[in-house]
Design a protein around this ligand. Structure first.
Ligand SMILES: NC(=O)c1ccc[n+]([C@@H]2O[C@H](COP(=O)([O-])OP(=O)(O)OC[C@H]3O[C@@H](n4cnc5c(N)ncnc54)[C@H](OP(=O)(O)O)[C@@H]3O)[C@@H](O)[C@H]2O)c1
Length: 270
């Protein structure tokens, strides 16, 4: 890729997106211009980030250079959205802004960045290991080239889904908040193993392998979730005893409501 990329907010998720692209030499460090809010983050990136990218503090005059990059990745927290001000007199009129902010609509992006064609993207942390999921909603007047560049940033590390904007909040809830929910489930099940006397490390390993194996089984044998459940639930057996407890504690409802809550929170950010 030969374009210069500006990254507005170089935190966890921006690093997760950009690092694999630098590792694979898909983009060059000298073509990456990022801006952060604090002196502390600036120093930390300069000292510890293993690629020699250009980095600026948001209040420095030099940081204005980012607006000359044709492609911007907006990756600040939604509460810092209002702090980002588009520069006047942009050199090019063919600028692309890719926002990964939860909840901030294309309409809002377009109003705030009138000299950019805007795209909303939701991605998730498993992109770090090449197993991400990325949802894309295109704004108005997006060109073929803009689409190509956007996809190129994510296609190597994630499966891409293109849809209209109204799916993005629920997509975010499932795929972006989902890893935290799964981590919590892994932790809780491991604690169950611990309660039964297993060492912590072994218990956690067993849970992770069991989850991976279960997903593979569902996919490879093309089983529905209820078919799989019935296969391991014998009358009067151990599994139905476990499931009874989960039904009594409303686990199913808790999980459904957790996704609805995450989606609603994403809408609130908008
Ligand atoms: N984490 C995830 O799994 C995930 C997944 C999908 C989408 N997202 C979205 O990605 C966005 C970033 O999340 P994150 O977890 O990466 O957050 P983060 O680690 O807190 O990173 C935010 C970055 O924005 C910088 N920043 C804050 N104000 C700024 C300003 N005025 N100008 C320039 N930079 C500024 C921060 O700099 P300082 O460090 O100096 O404050 C930091 O580098 C959020 O909008 C979130 O909705 C996150």
């Amino acid at each position: 890729m030969t374009v210069k990329i500006a990254i507005i907010g170089f935190g966890n998720i921006a690093k997760a997106i950009i690092t694999p692209l630098l590792e694979k030499k898909f983009i060059k460090p000298e073509d990456v211009y990022c801006v952060v809010n604090s002196e502390k983050s600036l120093k930390n990136i300069k000292k510890n980030y293993r690629f020699n990218i250009n980095v600026f503090e948001s209040r420095s005059k030099d940081s204005k250079i980012i607006w000359d990059c044709q492609v911007k990745l907006l990756s600040v927290k939604p509460q810092h959205f209002e702090d980002i001000i588009e520069a006047d007199n942009l050199k090019s009129k063919d600028n692309l802004l890719i926002s990964i902010l939860a909840g901030v609509s294309i309409n809002k992006l377009t109003k705030k960045f009138p000299n950019h064609k805007c795209v909303r993207v939701v991605t998730n942390l498993p992109i770090t290991v090449g197993k991400g999921l990325t949802g894309i909603a295109w704004g108005e007047k997006i060109t073929k080239d803009h689409k190509q560049v956007t996809k190129q940033l994510f296609e190597d590390t994630s499966k891409i889904y293109e849809f209209t904007e109204d799916y993005l909040d629920i997509f975010l809830a499932l795929t972006s908040s989902g890893p935290a929910i799964i981590a919590l489930i892994v932790e809780a099940l491991s604690d169950g193993g611990l309660s039964g006397g297993l060492p912590k490390v072994l218990s956690e390993e067993l849970v992770k392998e069991m989850i991976l194996g279960t997903i593979d089984l569902l996919k490879e044998k093309k089983l529905t979730t209820s078919e799989l459940k019935n296969l391991v639930t014998s009358p009067g057996g151990t599994t139905i005893s476990a499931l009874r407890v989960l039904e009594k504690k409303s686990m199913r409802s808790a999980l459904i409501e957790s996704i609805v809550a995450a989606s609603n929170r994403s809408k609130e950010f908008g």
